[in-house]
Design a protein around this ligand. Structure first.
Ligand code: SF4
Length: 352
């Protein structure tokens, strides 16, 4: 019996759990509301004065510290952190520094727009303890950015990534495939551009239509069609492999389930198990070229539940390679072992 070892590469490595403490500041600092954006529904957080956010954050951090929890990465999401008015970035970072001194906060990250970063503001915020900036790039394509009313072009988006790097900050890139103005191949080019910029992490949020947004009106008028769910899975699986080969972690795919988000979602590629489906499809594309009909796959224990996808959605694809449930077993190992010749045809593979 021959056996071949196949490495588990980046998207499928055992992942360290990130303990992120999210702080949502919906629309704070945003110069306008982007056509697709519904931060309140997406984050389940109503708008609040920043003074209340700060006060509550201080209270909750103190309480968690008292209970012996942590450490956490503090993350400011949902607005344009670097453009907050009246010294608000500084106030939040001073609070974070207080808890970092106690060992409770290990890292501070924020999300912001590419046109809201400058060498000066990044240097100042880094000096106050900011570690990482996630840029809501959405696309590097001028036409898609213009059709989505983002207010900046692809060159600005690329330049912002360089500014973050030059400031000595870690860089996160958020992409939104399927925007108005999307054309076939555009997302693949955006992925290539993002890979070349070598961010420390990536988030991929396929564009969806949320009630109450300008995009909802465009969609109702028949002037915009979002990607279908299967198309989004297909495109993101290839993107996951491309980022994985470059060892760039994709830390989120699709919006997180939120009761308010689910109630506001009108159309577009969203499913609560979207990320699981995309990872499974990417894994299938990685393994399939190596598999001949009489293979048995021995996979790492921690990938149980990943290989056949959500609700075993890929069982037919594996069956088409001659593999059924019995052809895959799990062990405490860190690679895939492809064994040949010890199971001529798996009866389970005949499931149709
Ligand atoms: S997409 Fe970003 S910049 Fe635009 S409104 Fe939403 S949070 Fe603000």
């Amino acid at each position: 019996m021959k056996a071949t070892s196949l490495p588990v590469f980046y998207p499928f490595l055992r992942r360290k759990h990130l303990s992120i403490w999210p702080v949502f500041i919906p629309f704070a600092g945003c110069p306008h509301r982007c056509s697709f954006c519904s931060q309140n529904a997406q984050t389940g957080t109503p708008p609040r004065p920043l003074s209340k956010v700060l006060e509550q954050l201080d209270f909750e951090l103190a309480e968690a510290l008292e209970k012996g929890r942590g450490p956490y990465e503090l993350a400011f999401f949902g607005g344009t952190f670097t453009a907050l008015p009246d010294q608000w970035p500084e106030r939040f970072l001073h609070l974070a520094a207080k808890y970092r001194e106690k060992g409770f906060i290990s890292c501070v990250r924020c999300s912001t727009r590419p046109d809201a970063v400058t060498a000066e503001n990044l240097a100042r915020l880094k000096g106050l303890g900011l570690d990482m900036v996630e840029l809501g790039i959405q696309s590097f394509d001028d036409a898609a950015l213009e059709a989505s009313g983002r207010g900046y072009g692809g060159n600005s988006a690329r330049a912002a990534c360089k500014l973050v790097r030059e400031a000595g900050l870690r860089l996160g890139v958020q992409l939104m495939p399927g925007l108005p103005g999307d054309i076939p191949g555009l997302f693949r080019r955006d992925v290539e551009t993002a890979v070349a910029l070598a961010p420390d992490c990536v988030r991929l949020y396929p564009c969806v239509v949320m009630d109450g947004t300008p995009l909802a009106e465009t969609w109702r008028n028949g002037e915009y069609s979002p990607w279908g769910l299967e198309h989004a899975k297909d495109e993101l699986a290839d993107a996951l492999l491309a980022f994985g080969q470059a060892e760039i972690p994709v830390i989120r795919m699709g919006l997180a389930p939120e009761a308010e988000m689910n109630a506001s979602l009108l159309a577009g590629p969203w499913h609560p198990a979207f990320g699981q489906s995309v990872r499974a499809l990417a894994l299938f594309r990685y393994l399939a070229p190596e598999i001949k009909g009489d293979h048995v796959i021995v996979a790492p224990n921690y990938l149980q539940g990943e290989i056949f996808g959500h609700a075993n959605e890929l069982k037919r694809r594996y069956a088409s390679l001659g593999l059924g449930f019995r052809s895959i077993r799990f062990e405490g190992r860190d690679d895939f072992l492809l064994e040949r010749g010890n199971l001529a045809v798996d009866p389970g593979a005949k499931i149709r």
